[in-house]
Design a protein around this ligand. Structure first.
Ligand SMILES: [Fe+2]
Length: 346
């Protein structure tokens, strides 16, 4: 009887302890105590197009999938329509199967957050954020549920094999951009003092980086951060914010920082050497899953490493924990899992 009572009393404690080691998304838990070795990611997914590619990504056996924005195309201020578009993807049998195999986290970009190139002025931003978190089955106890915006962080892995994933919200607090009236130039005029993240998110980011003992830091930004020359939206439209981001990294010096971005309907890898940093800063851009540029139009990018890839694609990061400083390899894969580019990020 006493033995029965002890088991009866201990069981809930054991389950609370185990629960603390996982984040329970609806179909697949994310184990926080297991090292990540394979992380897949991608963006720009039209929910009305064929989703058959999920099986190819599942065959990579990723420990985690990260959405880097434009999860669905739902440009509207009608939240019922937006919810319906998310739901189309959520119930798709190919995506459903994937959700049962791989834990999924992520952040929106413009077409899922609001409308094309949307920013803080999008009138339904609070409702839109809730739709994203509901779509991702982010549990109620996650800190993101108690603040404005959709920025999140996840720290995964045991002591010496820890990865911190920081998902930046580049929409909810982003200042406005003015269209460039001149033909042949960039789409937008620079907003020289304009901001991308907003005060609270900057403070949060600084703390997340300062307080981290992770061996790898993956920072997800839906729009590209390093490339400067192309026509479309990018951090470089906000030069003060881009500079502030670089200064913050140079000051805090996080171990092995890697940027992931999407949005562009091409894939490319960029790299910049920042002052005082022990590591070069790489940005792996992967876009899109269902639609991408098809012709190879030249596009200058002084920071590009390797080729511009105008093809349907997803990205994979492979982490080798056997060395003292982890070594990370980035792969850009075609949607049929063909290797388009491989790059060691060190
Ligand atoms: Fe986008």
């Amino acid at each position: 009887m006493i033995r029965f009572l002890i088991v009866f009393l201990l069981l809930p404690m054991v389950s609370i302890f185990l629960h603390g080691q996982n984040i329970d998304f609806s179909k697949k838990s994310l184990a926080l105590d297991k090292p990540l070795t394979t992380i897949a990611f991608g963006s720009c997914n039209n929910q009305k197009k064929d989703q058959g590619y999920w099986a190819n990504i599942a065959d990579e056996n990723p420990d985690l999938w990260i959405w880097s924005g434009d999860i669905v195309y739902a440009d509207t201020e009608d939240m019922r329509v937006k919810a319906d578009e998310y739901q189309k993807l959520k119930v798709n049998p190919d995506y459903q199967k994937f959700l049962g195999q791989v834990p999924v986290i992520g952040i929106y970009d413009d077409h899922d957050y609001g409308v094309n190139d949307a920013c803080k002025t999008y009138p339904k931003r609070a409702q839109s954020r809730d739709l994203l978190l509901d779509f991702l089955d982010v549990p109620a106890e996650q800190p993101v549920r108690t603040r404005e915006g959709a920025y999140q962080s996840y720290t995964i892995g045991p002591d010496s094999q820890r990865v911190k994933i920081i998902l930046l919200d580049t929409r909810y607090f982003r200042d406005e951009l003015e269209k460039n009236p001149a033909k042949g130039g960039q789409r937008f005029l620079q907003n020289k003092q304009g901001d991308v993240l907003g005060y609270d998110q900057w403070k949060w980011l600084e703390r997340e980086l300062k307080d981290s003992d992770a061996g790898v830091h993956i920072i997800v930004t839906s729009i590209q951060l390093i490339p400067k020359e192309h026509y479309f939206e990018k951090w470089s439209n906000f030069p003060a914010a881009r500079h502030k981001f670089f200064r913050m990294l140079s000051k805090i010096k996080p171990t092995c920082p890697i940027l992931i971005s999407g949005d562009r309907h091409i894939a490319e890898i960029s790299m910049v050497e920042l002052p005082d940093m022990d590591f070069p800063l790489y940005e792996v851009t992967s876009s899109g899953l269902t639609h991408a540029r098809t012709e190879k139009k030249e596009e200058p990018n002084q920071f590009r490493v390797g080729d511009l890839m105008p093809k349907l694609n997803y990205g994979v990061l492979r982490i080798d924990w056997s060395t003292e400083i982890p070594s990370v390899t980035a792969e850009i894969k075609g949607i049929e899992s063909d290797l388009l580019q491989e790059c060691q990020l060190d």
